[in-house]
Write a protein that binds this ligand. Structure first.
Ligand SMILES: Cc1ncc(COP(=O)(O)O)c(C=O)c1O
Length: 383
């Protein structure tokens, strides 16, 4: 079955008795047992909930894994995955990644003896060099990375990881399974901030983990139930509803993103555009072979930091706000928002500098979005 069909049909058949098309929302925390030792399959909603299960099954189907798990947020999903590690374990991590993941690793997992080394995972030789045999247990990738859109050769990293007994973990938030399916490329675990493209409407927080094999699935399920970090039924329903239009939204958003990236590329106020859909982008060719598209996240640097203020204060249609992936376009200032917790010297070193803006392109008309950016860049006092 094609992915467009899987997403549109998400949850159909989940209610065979009544035949409802929209998945029922089971608010019940607990479930009656027909008799001693007999269960309907549901006992207590922390362990399993029928609405959450539809979302989890849909995620597993989309990512082609053995099971899916839904968490309260993307960070809760990342936390559950990192809990697979033990004190003394070492992890290789993409150096350009969501600041919240960096914060979690440094300020929380570091206290429990899990250490991380941040490297440019788009360079396979650097990944190989960073492996500490016996100690490095996993590699955690964001591709495209957040916010500089670096592309990692997931197949290459996964095969390197396998030969060193390491897990490959991919944060697939930016691409979604509609565009990229890391498990098919050898990854062991895929996770999402479902708050972004899966939900798609900036109205629900959620996280997803899908693992490739039953052994890891069981461990993740155990962590989910033990820590109680689950997604509620109402929020599960919102994400199921969001997923139904994932294919349409991604197509429209990436079409808009390409037009905007090309427009930004021509602007004298813009010094660099980071969009993997542009042929000159470093990872363009690799992503072309690994994914069905290039996504809808565009970052760009301006020639003068004064343009940052002009743009974020001047946009009228586009919202200056954190987050990404929704139908509404958002512009973010990574140095002060999403990546503000990364020390400035590290940010400068990797290129998340004060002249960088990140644009989550929505489904609006591309010309309207371009017009909004243009009036913001050109408007007010000239600098
Ligand atoms: C790539 C990526 N992963 C994970 C997260 C964390 O997700 P959440 O905000 O749902 O906790 C984010 C949030 O922006 C993100 O951009």
């Amino acid at each position: 079955m094609k992915i467009e069909t899987i997403v549109a049909q998400a949850g159909i058949g989940a209610d065979p008795e009544k035949g409802s098309i929209s998945v029922p929302i089971y608010h019940s925390t607990t479930f009656r047992h027909p008799a001693l030792g007999v269960s309907t399959g549901y006992d207590y909603s922390r362990t399993a909930n029928p609405t959450r299960k539809v979302l989890e099954d849909t995620a597993a189907l989309l990512e082609e894994g053995c099971r899916g798990y839904a968490f309260s947020t993307g960070m809760a999903a990342v936390t559950a995955v990192l809990m697979l590690l033990s004190p003394g374990d070492h992890l290789i991590v993409s150096d350009d990644l969501y600041g919240g993941t960096y914060r979690l690793l440094e300020k929380v997992f570091g206290r429990y003896g899990v250490t991380a080394r941040y490297i440019d995972t788009s360079d396979l030789s650097k990944v190989a060099e960073a492996i500490d045999p016996g100690k490095t247990k996993a590699i955690f990738i964001e591709s495209p990375s957040n916010p500089l859109m670096k592309i990692t050769d997931i197949t290459g990293v996964a095969s390197l990881a396998k030969s060193n007994n390491m897990l490959t973990i991919v944060d697939n938030t930016f691409m979604t399974p509609y565009l990229l399916q890391p498990i098919k490329m050898g990854a062991d675990i895929v996770l999402h901030s479902a708050t972004k493209y899966l939900g798609g409407h900036n109205d629900v927080l959620g996280g997803i983990v899908v693992a490739a094999n039953p052994e890891i699935c069981e461990k993740i399920g155990f962590i989910q139930n033990s820590t109680g970090n689950v997604l509620g039924p109402q929020d599960s329903w919102l994400i199921i509803r969001g997923i139904k239009t994932l294919a349409l939204r991604m197509e429209r958003q990436q079409e808009n993103a390409l037009k905007i990236a090309n427009w930004l590329n021509e602007r004298p106020e813009v010094s660099k555009v980071y969009y993997p859909g542009i042929a000159a982008h470093a990872g363009h060719e690799i992503l072309k072979t690994q994914a069905k598209g290039f996504g809808a996240m565009v970052s760009f640097k301006v020639t003068d930091t004064a343009f940052v203020e002009k743009i974020v204060n001047g946009v009228k249609l586009i919202s200056f706000a954190e987050s990404l992936g929704g139908v509404e376009s958002l512009i973010t200032y990574p140095a002060k928002q999403t990546h503000g917790d990364i020390p400035k010297e590290i940010r400068d070193q990797i290129g998340v500098t004060e002249d960088l803006l990140r644009f989550s392109v929505g489904i609006e008309d591309a010309d309207d979005l371009i017009y909004d950016l243009k009036q913001a860049i050109e408007g007010g006092n000239s600098i």
